[in-house]
Design a protein around this ligand. Structure first.
Ligand code: NAP
Length: 333
């Protein structure tokens, strides 16, 4: 390498359990050993990154640390036969940005088996508009389709619809011909959701049953939940005969107050989504779908771009619950 240092966000633990975010110069020698050095062009902001910047030990144990669970860029050095210098690649999931120096930096060094070749039809920037949240949305749709959900069966309910996972799920389902009902409540964004493909928008109150009934009227052919708790329980109780629901998040609650009737009387199926440990063959299939059939036409509508210097302010925005869609981070040249 001709340069000795690179720019990165570094989170340090200060006094009284306060964590400080700064953009600093880091040395290449500080990066962990690995097969592939990637010159990161774009990263993206996920909820897990926000937790890492706050010092959440469930995400990151040791500080100083560079967060960023997503990165896309160009291979700068490779000891792997599968990747050559100059290849465009995506790295998401595994331990990136958790306890391995992450994508909020001009460079990452990672094992070759974490690296995905950029699928044809996708640029590094576009791949990061999807990022982990978008990949999770696509994986959720993939599971529903694989389960047998077809557009003629009825509406699909998506919760946390203005969020990263929700926005991409709404957009992909609409593109694939499904009628989508979006649950929106934290920020009022009905026009945004109709614009990205929802057929109708309902409130959190409408999506949350308080009657205590064990089963509700079968309204939805399928569901994609990001919230957990009462919203997920209501979604499962309101599923049509043999419908499927995916579960990936816990922004509302990690509890699931439910009974067995949706499963034994309606034949409902609950599908867990774990993008972090998604096996590589399935991972490649889902990225290929993202780059082709499910490539969202109005991708820019859900994206906001910030620089590495603007990232701290954007993280505050997420903490104030004002964020919608996906944030991509452009690295300095
Ligand atoms: N399992 C996996 O592999 C995986 C991967 C990625 C993400 N996740 C998880 O999926 C969840 C969503 O991620 P994301 O990136 O989409 O997050 P996000 O961008 O922060 O969006 C979450 C959305 O949920 C809604 N919301 C927020 N707080 C809520 C509350 N207290 N009660 C009900 N709704 C609330 C809001 O949408 P509205 O205003 O439209 O209601 C918000 O935009 C997170 O829990 C994340 O950790 C899991």
């Amino acid at each position: 390498m001709s340069q000795n240092t690179f720019k990165a966000m570094v989170v340090t633990e200060g006094e009284n359990n306060q964590f400080v975010k700064e953009i600093k110069d880091r040395a290449f020698d500080d990066l962990p050993p690995g097969d592939v050095l990637v010159n990161v062009k774009y990263s993206s902001l996920n909820y897990k990154d926000v937790l890492s910047t706050l010092g959440n030990r469930g995400v990151t144990k040791k500080y100083p640390h560079t967060p960023g669970i997503d990165a896309a860029g160009v291979v700068a050095e490779s000891r792997s036969k599968d990747f050559n210098v100059g290849d465009e690649v995506i790295v998401t999931s595994y331990d990136l940005g958790m306890n391995t120096s992450g994508g909020f930096a001009q460079y990452i060094r990672v094992p070759a088996d974490w690296v995905v070749k950029m699928p044809k039809g996708l640029s590094p920037r576009e791949s990061m508009i999807f990022g982990t949240a978008g990949f999770t949305a696509a994986l959720s749709v993939y599971r529903l389709v694989d389960y047998g959900a077809t557009p003629d069966q009825g509406r699909i309910l998506v919760s946390g619809a203005t969020g990263g996972v929700g926005s991409v799920a709404v957009s992909i389902l609409a593109k694939a011909g499904y009628d989508v009902t979006a649950v929106n409540g934290i920020i009022d964004e009905k026009d945004y959701l109709l614009d990205i493909g929802a057929k109708e928008v309902i409130s959190i109150e409408e999506a949350t049953d308080s009657s205590g009934k064990p089963l509700l009227k079968g309204l939805w052919a399928g569901g994609i939940d990001t919230i957990g708790g009462e919203i997920l329980a209501t979604m499962i109780k309101s599923i049509q005969q043999h419908g499927g629901v995916t579960c990936c998040g816990n922004v509302g609650s990690h509890e699931l107050p439910l009974n067995v009737y949706p499963f034994i009387l309606r034949g409902a199926t609950l599908m867990g989504i774990d993008s972090q440990n998604c096996p590589m063959p399935l991972r490649l299939k889902v990225w290929d779908k993202i780059a082709s059939d499910w490539k969202i036409e109005r991708l820019e509508r859900i994206a906001t771009e910030v620089t590495l210097d603007e990232l701290s302010a954007r993280i505050e925005f997420v903490l104030q619950k004002k964020h919608k869609g996906r944030t991509v981070i452009r690295m300095p040249e």
